[in-house]
Ligand binder design. Structure first.
Ligand SMILES: *Cc1c(COP(=O)(O)O)cnc(C)c1O
Length: 393
């Protein structure tokens, strides 16, 4: 099918909740994808970081293919032979605790919200979140999200959420009341424009949470699985959360989410208190085990640090040459390029035309998050295309 035929079907039959680019992707391998017309692209924004280890990583494909021959789904009133292995893998890289498996980021956050509510019950139910945060599109997670536009028309919203400015410890401190039970924070804000908080802020926030028995929940849905150069981004700040949520890259392209709860709070959600029919099925666990294997066996955290530095250096060159770049921010391969223009979406469009996929968020911030398998050659090629797109504005 060509793009016109594909679009006709969407126009008739698919609910129009998305603004889509004129692009139908039909193949992907590593850092490259191909569209329905046979044109190839460098994918520096692979599915909002879902294909974080690249499209169809061979280790993910091998594990999933093996599992396809065995069984696809096992319900959670039985055991399967992969869920425990994956939970152990996550815990080994995080902190002592337990894992609940869900199917998406919103669902993982929904689970974390239920954890907090159940922990505070009765009496404490308020959850503090950050302005410009993003936590998902279910009723509770869109309420947790600190952006008004995604709440429009959905009132009445669940009670008990409060937003404070990100990276502002005084604002957080004054928002705490006797009813506060948890804070949910992205260790680096993604949709909000790649905002990296100060280490001091994260320390103080964590200290306050300990002192006042407030659950510190980090939303690692976008930052997890090596994206920032650490397996999980909270590690950059020398803190340890009570719970964290994962999704996006965890499944290497397949839908899986997770709530990771530390040992102290692992009993808050007892049998019968939370569930998911699809959660932790062997096929997605196989994929996630393949992602861990890739990161561990192929030194992808080191690669992320080195390639992140290289990409930032190349972007700094561009900034020196072209006046339009205001600021380059981020960590590892989670990078934001703030432009001195009102609307930078035309730059992303121009890049797409020349065969480079990137994203534009918060109107004037280009978001660049290539697969963590990326090489210098890919980066050089991408920077060349980006440079030409920037010259046009
Ligand atoms: C994408 C995202 C979510 C929502 O994940 P879905 O899988 O789309 O439900 C939640 N939190 C953060 C930080 C995200 O980037």
């Amino acid at each position: 099918m060509n793009l016109t035929e594909v679009k006709e079907l969407y126009d008739k039959y698919v609910l129009a909740t998305y603004t889509r680019q004129d692009l139908c992707l039909v193949k992907g391998s590593g850092v490259r994808v191909e569209d329905s017309e046979g044109k190839t692209y460098l994918d520096f924004f692979p599915g909002w970081a879902v294909s974080g280890t690249g499209h169809r990583h061979p280790r993910v494909v091998r594990r999933v293919t093996e599992q396809l021959e065995k069984i696809l789904h096992v319900s959670n009133n039985f055991y399967n032979d992969l869920q425990g292995l994956l939970a152990k893998k996550i815990i080994d890289h995080a902190f002592p605790g337990r894992v609940f498996f869900a199917n998406s980021g919103a669902e993982a956050n929904e689970g974390a919200i239920k954890l907090a509510r159940r922990y505070g019950n009765p009496g404490r139910y308020e959850i503090i979140t950050m302005e410009k945060s993003f936590h998902g599109r279910t009723l509770a997670t869109l309420t947790a999200t600190g952006q008004d536009k995604i709440k429009e028309g959905f009132a009445p919203l669940p009670e008990g959420f409060k937003h404070v400015p990100f990276n502002d410890i005084d604002a957080f401190t004054s928002a705490i009341t006797k009813k506060t039970v948890a804070v949910i924070i992205e260790p680096i804000q993604g949709e909000g424009g790649i905002n990296v908080p100060d280490e001091k802020y994260m320390h103080e926030l964590s200290g306050l949470c300990r002192e006042k028995d407030i659950l510190l929940i980090v939303d690692e849905v976008q930052t997890c699985m090596g994206r920032t150069g650490e397996m999980f981004a909270y590690k950059h700040f020398g803190i340890e959360p009570d719970a964290m949520t994962l999704a996006k890259s965890l499944g290497g392209g397949l839908p899986i989410g997770a709530v990771v709860v530390n040992e102290k709070h692992a009993g808050v959600l007892p049998p019968g208190s939370h569930a998911s029919t699809f959660g932790g099925s062997p096929i997605v666990c196989a994929a996630a085990l393949g992602v861990f294997e890739a990161i561990e066996e192929e030194g992808l955290l080191e690669n992320t640090v080195r390639m992140g530095e290289y990409l930032v250096a190349r972007l700094n060159e561009l900034a020196g040459r072209l006046g339009v770049i205001k600021k380059i921010k981020g960590k590892g391969l989670m990078i934001g390029v703030e432009l001195d223009v009102e609307d930078a979406s035309s730059v992303a469009d121009e890049c797409m035309k020349s065969g480079l996929l990137i994203n534009c968020t918060q109107k004037n911030i280009l978001r660049i998050m290539p697969p963590i398998t990326v090489t210098k050659e890919h980066i050089d090629e991408a920077v060349e295309k980006l440079s030409r797109a920037l010259e046009k504005i």
